[in-house]
Design a protein around this ligand. Sequence first.
Ligand SMILES: Cc1ncc(COP(=O)(O)O)c(C=O)c1O
Length: 392
Amino acid sequence: MSNFTKRETFIPYNQPDLTDAEIHEVVETLRSGWIAKGPRTVKFEQEFAKYLGAKHAVAMNSCTAALHVALLSAGIGKGDEVITTPMTFASTANTILHVGATPVFADIDYQTGCIDPDEIEKKITPRTKAVIPVHYSGQVCDLDRIYEMADKYGLFVSEDAAHALGSRYKGRLIGNHLKGTAAYSFYATKNLTTGEGGMLVTDDDQIDAKARIWAGQGMSHNAWNRYAKGGTWQYDICEPGFKYNMFDIQAALGLVQLSRLEDMQLRRLKIAQKYQREFAKIDAVEPPFVPEYTTHSWHLYVLRIVPELLTIGRDQFITELNERNVGTSVHFIPVTDMSTYTKRYGFQKGDFPQTEKHFERIISLPLYPTLTEEQSDYIVAAVRDIVEKYHK
Ligand SMILES: Cc1ncc(COP(=O)(O)O)c(C=O)c1O
């Protein structure tokens, strides 16, 4: 029997890792007199592109905006079909609807939680114009196979890299030497945060130029600079664009976070390695499988329970963790279970069997740089205690 002792205080599911350096840089920005999009945003774009080894980076106010702009810039619209995964946050699919195209869902590979290239191929029709592979939790999709298919069928690839800052495919950072685009999120829980924020990355000059227009109210040139000495008041609106730009208070956070990223990633890795090691010893849970081609960013730690060996299901498991003062989350309720999608497309149980099997089993555990050794040890002990209590 386990000699588990419940702790007094709650371990939150997530906490941003912000230091005095971020606070100082935000205050400096406030004092600088330039708080909207300005020099810090431009610098953040340059530093981010440099970090990835990408040609262009366009800073926006969310990853959702970046995904939307990617499709707009690639000319995806009415009558087109775009293939993506059900195992993602709704905005991945919503942005397909926002451009007037039709989302088509392809089931996941159960091992990784990422979209299955074989399932993509089954869903391709003459109307398919793009694919949005999601690097789920920081795992990476099998990009060689996806880009091979993209070449064969002439598809645009918009990688959803919301979770994948620091992830690598076959040793290369996601975002490096892109043939399509990659969209990053800097939401509060992400590996790098600006509170809210996002970045669209591409090596394609035309996509970059269009993205800047779509994300900047449709203005014809670098209009953020029009109030500075030498800036011009003249501009044209050449598209009905969106107000999607990042601004300098966010970029101040982003620049400091980027300078700390390697350290923060190492901390995540250390915790993930402990979880991998310890959960492998417990038969009724399944630690994430990481294929050889993947360097995981450990944005999320998605543990799967093995319901066949337990008298409780995933929901009760979460309640038990909560009672033991451990915060959790679930990534994700499949998009294809959301009412706006079931109403539109009539999805039913059995349509995406691997996604359904995965969803029934998943629990995201706390994983962030400020999580202490004591806290991660405790989380392992809490999982072990629940398994012992409810093992068949
Ligand atoms: C896979 C995925 N894509 C896109 C998004 C949207 O990111 P944002 O909140 O920055 O718009 C999220 C948000 O968490 C996400 O998890």
